[in-house]
Design a protein around this ligand. Sequence first.
Ligand code: SF4
Length: 123
Amino acid sequence: MQGNEKSRTRKARRSRLSLLSRRRFIKTAGAATSAVTIGFGTTAFGAEELPRVNEDDPMAKALNYVHDAKTVDAAKRFSDRYCNNCALYAGAADDAWAKCSIFPGKVVAGEGWCSAWAPKQSG
Ligand code: SF4
């Protein structure tokens, strides 16, 4: 009788531990899934998946954004300023298109420019 009771207690404890482990696993898996989703979010919806900023977009117009910086008067934009060397350009210098925090959910041209251009911090 006592043996059966001990056995039942052990089984109940194992069952609770198993339930806790499952809960912990589900919590951890959920967090991991979220992290992966966020990580994939930047990949799956990377620059190549996003629409290009429309030059006629009100924000683009307000900032004089153009896909081709060379079409802007050099004196106005300074000749060496392009999206691909702007601090807000999220791509590599040789990326044709990349995200810019000024235009969330869109990409700007590496060869583009707007009046919000900002120098990259050195160091
Ligand atoms: S803020 Fe910089 S990267 Fe963004 S559109 Fe303007 S010049 Fe291009």
